[in-house]
Ligand binder design. Structure first.
Ligand SMILES: [Fe+2]
Length: 352
């Protein structure tokens, strides 16, 4: 029993990494994020180095899309219009992190291609004149997107859900472009399908980068990370919905044609991401946080296992261990291990 606080439960045995001081954990996490971002850039250059002007067969882009698909394309164009804001605002919050700040630049350069792709699609689809597109772009850029959260950890979890949601949007529009959607044959268009495939692959890569970063945060700083994750999920909304004119029409239209709506968010975004993060549903996470808050130790830190009731910490650790294996392999491949070796955290021993 804890002698100083007899009402507290006996101390749980903490995973070895959590016995390290916060500064050491922070340094280890930063090192891993740098390796992850270097790996990411190499993969991005090798596999996803497409161009919005030259990689698509624009001459054969359909001019007879349904009104709904047209509304969806214009909505995506509008959301992607704020890539400079998304990049600069987030960058200002993570500027002290080598890995996260430099990744954000790369992320911005990929988002920039998305905006130009949708701009091309609007123009080539011939539903709008060049003047309209230019003026609409100006109107959008008159507004400024601001961060939904000031804290970099909150923003990290926000980007996990937002990237997954964006990927789901583009995958579902891709199904429509294959003639398999609610609008039927009218929207069959191999060029649009290819556009969606290219962008959805970028979104998947973004999601996985942020997912790995979120896992690292959960592994090194479980409580703070779970709290941020619960806050973000409780208030989640897709970016720029409050500054895009007529956003409600876009949201209703994409829901109507099965591209994205609240059902997609709970089933294909929140549930999937939470599972991949080793977390239970939002309510269970909130309950775990509340319980662990009730029993702080003499330093005001949690000493209870309640926080772990809603998080499969072992599962997170396993995934982080696998990530370190991949990062080690990449660093060896390019020779970084000789000049900047990655410090391994003290992983729990494998069960006998
Ligand atoms: Fe993205």
């Amino acid at each position: 029993m804890n002698k100083t606080f007899p009402l507290l439960p006996p101390d749980i045995e903490l995973p070895p990494v959590l016995n390290l001081c916060a500064a050491t954990r922070h340094r280890m996490m930063e090192e891993a994020v740098v390796s992850l971002y270097r790996w990411y850039v190499a993969r991005s250059q090798e596999n996803r180095n497409w161009n919005p002007d030259t990689s698509l067969d624009w001459q054969n882009f359909s001019e007879s899309h349904s009104d709904e698909v047209h509304v969806a394309i214009e909505g995506f164009f509008a959301v992607e219009q704020y890539v400079p804001d998304y990049t600069s605002k987030l960058l200002s919050k993570v500027r002290e992190s080598h890995g996260r700040s430099h990744f954000q630049l790369r992320w911005g350069s990929e988002g920039q291609k998305h905006m130009e792709l949708w701009r091309n699609a609007i123009l080539v689809g011939k539903r709008r004149k060049a003047d309209w597109v230019r003026e609409y772009g100006e109107q959008l850029r008159n507004e400024e997107w601001n961060l939904p959260w000031d804290d970099p950890v909150h923003m990290l979890f926000y980007t996990v859900f937002q990237e997954r949601a964006t990927q789901v949007n583009y995958l579902n529009l891709g199904l429509i472009a294959k003639g398999n959607g609610a609008t039927g044959e009218q929207d069959r268009d191999p060029v649009l399908a290819e556009a969606c495939r290219l962008i959805a692959a970028d979104e998947a890569a973004h999601y996985h980068f942020f997912l790995e970063c979120a896992r690292l945060n959960l592994y090194f700083f479980p409580r703070r990370s779970l709290e941020a994750m619960a806050d973000v999920l409780r208030h989640f909304a897709m970016p720029a919905g409050n500054i895009i004119p007529n956003f409600a029409n876009f949201a209703e239209t994409v829901m109507k044609i099965g591209v994205y709506g609240p059902r997609h968010f709970s089933r294909d975004v929140a549930k999937v991401a939470l599972e991949q993060l080793g977390a239970k549903a939002l309510r269970a996470v909130e309950e775990g946080i509340k319980k662990s808050r009730n029993i702080p130790d003499e330093f005001g830190l949690f000493r209870s296992g309640a926080i772990f009731e809603s998080l499969n910490y072992q599962g997170v650790e396993q995934k982080v261990k696998q990530l370190y294996g991949r990062l080690r392999a990449y660093n060896s491949e390019v020779g970084r291990h000789l000049v900047e070796p990655l410090t391994e955290p003290p992983f729990s021993p494998e069960p006998a």
